[in-house]
Design a protein around this ligand. Structure first.
Ligand code: ARG
Length: 573
């Protein structure tokens, strides 16, 4: 069902045959594999290039001499022709066959293009992982959309995926919140005000605690009750949690984001003992000012705090428990943490402690998928200064702005609200996943919503354009004449389509959704160039059929690429 065959495999075969023809005693174990082929940045240097220095040592010859001999020995005009340039053999696909192969592959594979069958492996993805009683703000946008996209990418490649929202639902602040609720709050006000009402209670607690320090004791008392599983405390806290999740769910629904588990920090309350006992048993705990820590000086890191002097466990203790629990229950082959780079040290420490406990998998299978900061129109977000940007507000603004643009550009469009919602939300997600995740993002409306830039709307518009061409096409049973697809513009489109599966694999390998975003954008750009230079619908039915097949393939792959990054593909806009 996956790609029948790809050009890389074909050209590798041709290359290997040429090597054996040119150097008859070449050892077959030393023959290059498909990964040896490079993609030249400039199409005039061919579709693939083979760097000959790889063979220099074995052949005791300079790369340019090898390249000349190899290029001459290539004899497969139905696949590609070859040209020696310096130390490289450049391969130029047979355009006619390349076009047919690529289009047939896409037709055959459909939505599964570039995908793989069940590979028997499991990946746990920890993403979004919001904090209870805080409103969803843009600080949690990247983790949410990167994690969601990675889940789709792994799934496409045949992995079993488990998405975990590791809720921040444990900490002394929740005791204070309950104390404040008992004093000044009631359910009516909290249900009406939602998460904001909880935050307000918390703020009031701190203000009043300055005058009345006894409040702090009350907060501690309630926190202790949560920890001991006291019925009333648990009931109140559960409702705080439900409230926060109900709020977050609205954002998740708009983004299409889902999870398989919401087991967060509190879930591990009764699973700490095992971690502490095991650390003790393995002689890894030492005492430091009444606290229990794992010393990491040998690895040039500060100690990892496991139990505080008052007996409370910490964020890291909970992540240790979570890692062990996930390994036991999911038997993962990979466990990814999509969390901002500010937590680099935290994850290095946690992974190291697991390794010291003797869990080799911590080193091989766990990865911190770090990302940069988001600022907004040049201003970084700060909770202290109060310039917080809430995600639901950002997404509604995006829809409104998109609606204005669409009303102006396409006054006759049916259901402009639907399109606006797909375009507005798509613009935000696309911008977030456009560049390497470690780069900081500065979000500007006019950039994100530009219909002519490296944007979601541009890519979606190309999809809608293909859909419109296909709608306008007449039925015909003429055989597609692929000669229509051998010009430079069509070739560029086909190259972008053929490269797409490689981008998906690169995205998985590097946990880098931007590989898919970029590859999708490349297809859209190549197609638009083609569209301006070449006609699609004309009198020659065979040629028209071939071009329509190309448009159909482009539409499919853009839709697939957008799906993999969590963006919708409108049929019209
Ligand atoms: N709730 C944390 C935060 O907002 C992120 C948790 C990430 N996941 C984890 N297993 N530590 O910063």
């Amino acid at each position: 069902m996956a790609v029948l065959t790809d050009m890389r495999a074909e050209v590798t075969k041709v290359l290997r045959e040429a090597i054996l023809r040119a150097f008859s005693d070449f050892p077959s174990e030393g023959l290059p594999g498909p990964e040896a082929l490079e993609t030249p940045p400039d199409a005039s240097l061919g579709d693939y290039a083979f760097p000959c220095f790889r063979l220099s040592k074995a052949l005791r010859m300079g790369p340019p001499a090898i390249a000349l001999k190899l290029a001459k020995a290539v004899d497969a005009p139905e696949v590609a022709t070859a040209q020696a340039v310096g130390g490289y053999v450049n391969f130029f696909f047979n355009r006619l066959n390349f076009a047919r192969l690529t289009l047939d592959n896409i037709k055959e594979a459909g939505d599964r293009y570039g995908g793989e069958m069940d590979n028997g492996k499991t990946v746990v993805l920890d993403y979004s992982s919001i904090n209870i009683a805080k409103r969803f703000h843009i600080g949690h946008l990247s983790t949410t959309v990167i994690g969601h996209s990675l889940k789709r990418i792994y799934d496409h490649l045949g992995w079993k995926t488990i998405g975990v929202n590791h809720l921040g639902d444990w900490g002394t602040q929740f005791g204070k919140m309950i104390a404040a609720f008992k004093r000044w709050g009631d359910w009516e006000m909290v249900e009406a005000g939602g998460v904001d009402a909880l935050t307000a209670l918390y703020v009031r607690f701190h203000q009043e605690a300055e005058e009345n320090p006894a409040l702090e004791d009350e907060g501690r008392k309630w926190f202790k009750k949560i920890e001991d599983g006291d019925k009333e405390a648990m009931e109140i806290f559960q409702r705080f949690k439900d409230l926060t999740l109900k709020d977050a769910k609205r954002v998740y629904d708009i983004l299409g984001v889902t999870f398989d588990s919401y087991n967060g920090e509190a879930f591990y309350n009764d699973k700490m003992g095992r971690v502490i006992d095991e650390l003790k048993e393995k002689n890894l705990l030492s005492e430091s000012q009444g606290a229990l820590v794992v010393n990491l000086a040998e690895d040039k890191m500060p100690p990892c705090l496991i139990v505080k002097s008052d007996g409370a466990t910490l964020y890291a203790t909970r992540d240790l428990a979570a890692a062990l629990w996930r390994k036991d229950n999911y038997n993962f082959d990979k466990c990814l943490y999509v969390v901002a780079y500010q937590q680099n040290l935290h994850f290095q420490q946690v992974f190291k402690v697991l390794e010291l406990m003797g869990y080799q998998w911590a080193k091989d299978e766990m990865e911190h998928v770090a990302f940069g900061m988001v600022s907004y129109e040049g201003q970084s977000m700060s909770t202290r200064q109060g310039n917080i940007i809430y995600l639901d507000e950002l997404l509604s603004r995006a829809r409104e702005k998109a609606l204005d643009i669409i009303r102006e550009k396409s006054p006759d469009l049916e259901n402009p609200e639907d399109a606006a919602s797909q375009v507005g939300v798509g613009a935000v997600v696309f911008t977030t996943l456009l560049n390497n995740r470690i780069k900081d993002i500065d979000f500007w409306w006019d950039r994100a919503l530009n219909f002519d830039g490296d944007t979601g709307p541009y890519t979606q518009y190309t999809h809608a354009r293909c859909a419109s061409v296909l709608r306008r096409a007449k039925e015909s049973d003429a055989r597609p004449d692929d000669e229509a697809l051998t010009n430079d513009e069509a070739r560029a489109v086909l190259r972008a389509l053929a490269r797409f599966p490689e981008a998906i694999r690169a995205a998985q390998k590097g946990n880098e959704p931007s590989e898919v975003t970029r590859a999708t954008l490349d297809v859209a750009k190549a197609f638009n160039k083609y569209y301006y230079e070449q006609r699609i619908l004309d009198e020659d039915e065979g040629k028209t059929q071939a071009r329509l097949e190309l448009a159909q393939a482009v539409k499919r792959i853009i839709a697939l690429g957008l799906y993999l990054i969590g963006v919708k593909a409108p049929e019209a806009m």
